[in-house]
Design a protein around this ligand. Sequence first.
Ligand code: F6R
Length: 611
Amino acid sequence: MCGIVGAVAERNITAILLEGLKRLEYRGYDSAGVAVFSNNGTLERVRRNGKVAELEQALAGEPLVGRLGIAHTRWATHGAPCERNAHPHFSGSDLAVVHNGIIENHEALREQLKGLGYVFTSDTDTEVIAHLLQHKLKEQSDLTAALKSTVKELHGAYGLAVISAKQPDRLVAARSGSPLVIGLGLGENFLASDQLALRQVTDRFMYLEEGDIAEIRRDSVHIWDVNGQTVERETVQYRDGAEAADKGEYRHYMLKEIHEQPAVVQRTLENRLGHDHVLVQAFGPQAAELFAKVRNVQIVACGTSYHAGMVARYWLESLAGIPCQVEVASEFRYRKVVVQPDTLFVSISQSGETADTLAALRNAKELGFLGSLAICNVGISSLVRESDLTLLTQAGREIGVASTKAFTTQLVGLLLLTLSLGQVRGTLEAGVEAQLVEELRRLPTRLGEALAMDTTIEKVAELFADKHHTLFLGRGAQFPVAMEGALKLKEISYIHAEAYPAGELKHGPLALVDNDMPVVTVAPNNELLEKLKSNLQEVRARGGELVVFADEQANMSDGEGTHVINMPHINDVLAPILYTIPLQLLSYYVAVLKGTDVDQPRNLAKSVTVE
Ligand code: F6R
């Protein structure tokens, strides 16, 4: 997704803007640009299609020097990825705008502004903001006042930052549907769409809220809320030295994040487990009272987070006896939903800023749900702020675009939810909670054992490097794990991968199986194992090569065309968490063999803040 960085200081800010953009690269983008009010009194801009490194190279050749500037990484929504469409966008030679989000009424505004004589040089929705603001400046010369009047005419989502050569003492910004944070310095201030971009210059942040307009000068910050009232926003001091945005000893962020899973699962469990039970208050002070009333659960999420929700459905129904529905947010938000009485709305999101998930939560509030719970990795996200209850996963910042540690910590959070609901409602079988609490305590060690299979899996990955299609099979709660495995493989290696519940094989997909289509299966030692083994025979009989991740007690071994990788034995309830690890590693090593951009796969963004 797009990223914004801005600065107003007494020193040259170009290097700060560039470093900020580099720190936002993980979000995914296709072009980048910077505009600076230069020391000779004009706005100057450099934009490049492609990576920030190309922008950096261009700036080395034609340096920009100034004390006020804005910069942007663009992820194309309106208009192809190219230099002409890259931000900042200008109106005239004195006004520059960067924008995250989508302006839905851009066509009407464009026609209107063309009629007024404005000439468009890009295909973006953003350029209408620049010209509209320029037009408003004719009526009211103050930049901040003109921005306030401009945003009233914008429909859609925006986080935007503006500078003007005529008022070079300030940076102005507006937030509606797209996050913005002000970084506070000493005699200098900054702006970004994500505080990570500014950690190099400050650890003090002020988060803009929906509808806020901000005027940021070197030595002051003024904020007006959605009603135009002056407001103070809390200053937050950010401390997390341990989460430096570097790869450490690892070749890619993704591999680092895969290997962090024992530690972050451990962290997600901290302060949430009693001796033999889950601490329900971990979900918030009102959680016990609310959970006691829950008779149904509706889970909504996207992508990997949706897969976590699918696993949770098996847990909620089989352990806590609570009916559960799971739906992708982009569908849920647009359909007429019938809400069963006493249904808890649960959203799951790594970022907490995914546009569809947020919109689904906002719709849910109108639909008569009992309450809302967010399982989220970012405590300062919109999803968390707008939900009644929150369980924060403690995955730490996830930089690889393909989600790994966020998923396993979400699963941990969802299992804590299942046990909490069962505990409060008295629907768990005797001893189950104590046993699972014990197993959860052992989980980080088990995950470490799975990670130790790294080199075995690296070898197995060779089977896939020249393949174009792969099938993933699982049964029960391992079906969503197979879906997540298939998603990882397609995201980062670009190999077509599909997941099926193994029992569905002969209802269609078996037709695809031949010796060019490897089949990956997760086979824990549960009551479905024998049925799964029969499904695997069906694959072998068609010449399909099998890779099976099997419980060490499942009595499965290598054979012709069958590669069995033994997994440490684990309680069946926790098996989805453990079996995720080898599938992540498999995708990772296949991608490395194929030489793809593992951390920033093509066409994808880390946080999907537009529809
Ligand atoms: C896949 C992936 C995406 C996200 C999805 C939801 O590896 O990362 O599918 O899971 O875009 O994002 P969050 O969890 O931030 O709402």
